[in-house]
Design a protein around this ligand. Structure first.
Ligand code: PLP
Length: 345
């Protein structure tokens, strides 16, 4: 498969904007910068940030064991997903494939870009991709297949053999959205980047790393794909405050790992407690920091919980999610209150 053949012609031909900080990259010491029309009075953020986020990428590279040439950072993974669609999908011509029930942003971003969305539902109850149906649904304009694993809102990981089949048989880009990978038993696909030229992995600082507020998404792919994404990203897409805060957070991996361990314990306790709530029909297994449950009447239970001061996500309108609610794992205290409240309804 040639990645170049998948890229939109207009993007391949694009000459990227060259910013002041692209054109002069020398060290900052003893230089006077009069090239970017910045305000010269120091306040910590008066200068444009590094457009390539060199220091931050070096840190991520070390933590993830992926070379920096295989990393692109975005203003949340949502920006990364948008860039991927714009790189590969010609408006009013190409399509993406998604596997409902899944993360809502893939379809929204496709719609924004006038790209059609083909849908192949996950299998009933096990929520695994129906691999041969997916390959059958694809046509020559199917440029990206989005796999969310662990999947939001169902919480399960997709089987490695199924993902491998799709990587080998789908004739486009396979994006594995690993927003919840730090809570999963399954391994990340980051280690397989070299084996599959069409593999793109996205991760985020918004969930396990506890930094949803700073908006930092990560994209890992071949140097070829990353180079083209770099051409089309906004020049200074990661602001200085985000770069600073991300580095601060990523230097505290012991804290992050202990929080993950705590949330995994809490998830186990929550699942056990949910199984004893009489109107909960089913508690689905979870590889993420949330649990999906099927109840007798999702709309009613959702409203009741709001009345008792607890906000959860009602997923009942999603395919295969009749009467399903999605509950985020909170602190021990929060989970206790959730359970106590559920038992009084
Ligand atoms: C939360 C979430 C994200 C994170 O998006 P950000 O823009 O990085 O905050 C991505 N994918 C899925 C499936 C999610 O649930």
């Amino acid at each position: 498969m040639s990645i170049q053949d998948l890229i939109r012609p207009s993007i391949k031909a694009l000459k990227p904007y060259s910013s002041a900080r692209d054109e002069f990259k020398g060290s900052k010491d003893n230089l006077i910068f009069l090239d970017a029309n910045e305000n010269p009075f120091e306040n910590g953020v008066n200068r444009y940030p590094d457009p390539q986020q060199g220091e931050l990428k070096a840190l991520i590279s070390k933590i993830k064991n992926v070379p920096t040439e295989n990393i692109l950072l975005g203003n949340g993974s949502d920006e990364v997903l948008d860039l991927l669609i714009r790189m590969f999908c010609e408006p009013n011509k190409d399509n993406i494939i998604i596997l409902p029930p899944t993360y809502g942003m893939y379809e929204v971003l496709a719609n924004v870009n006038a790209v059609e969305t083909f849908k192949v539902n996950l299998s009933y109850e096990t929520f695994q991709p129906q691999d041969s149906n997916i390959i059958e649904a694809a046509n020559i304009n199917s440029k990206i297949l989005f796999l969310c694993s662990p999947n939001n809102p169902t919480g399960n990981s997709f089987e490695a053999s199924t993902i491998e089949f799709l990587l080998k048989n789908f004739k486009g880009i396979v994006v594995i959205d690993e927003a919840y990978i730090d809570f999963a038993i399954e391994d990340s696909w980051l280690g397989k980047l070299q084996h599959f030229p069409n593999l793109v992995v996205t991760q985020t600082l918004s969930k396990a790393y506890g930094m949803a507020g700073i908006r930092l998404g990560m994209c890992f792919a071949s140097a070829e794909i990353i180079a083209t994404l770099n051409k089309i990203k906004p020049p200074y897409n990661i602001n200085q405050l985000t770069q600073d805060k991300a580095m601060e957070g990523l230097r505290k991996m012991t804290l992050v790992n202990s929080q993950i361990a705590c949330l995994l314990d809490e998830r186990g306790a929550l699942i056990k407690a949910l199984e004893d709530v009489d109107f909960i029909v089913k508690v689905y297994p979870s590889d993420a920091n949330f649990v999906m449950v099927k109840v007798d009447d999702a709309n009613k239970r959702y409203e009741q919980l709001i009345d008792s001061g607890i906000v959860i996500r009602n997923r009942t309108t999603q395919p295969l999610c009749d009467n399903c609610l999605r509950l985020t794992v909170g602190t021990e205290e929060e989970n206790k209150r959730l359970i106590e409240n559920l038992k009084t309804l």
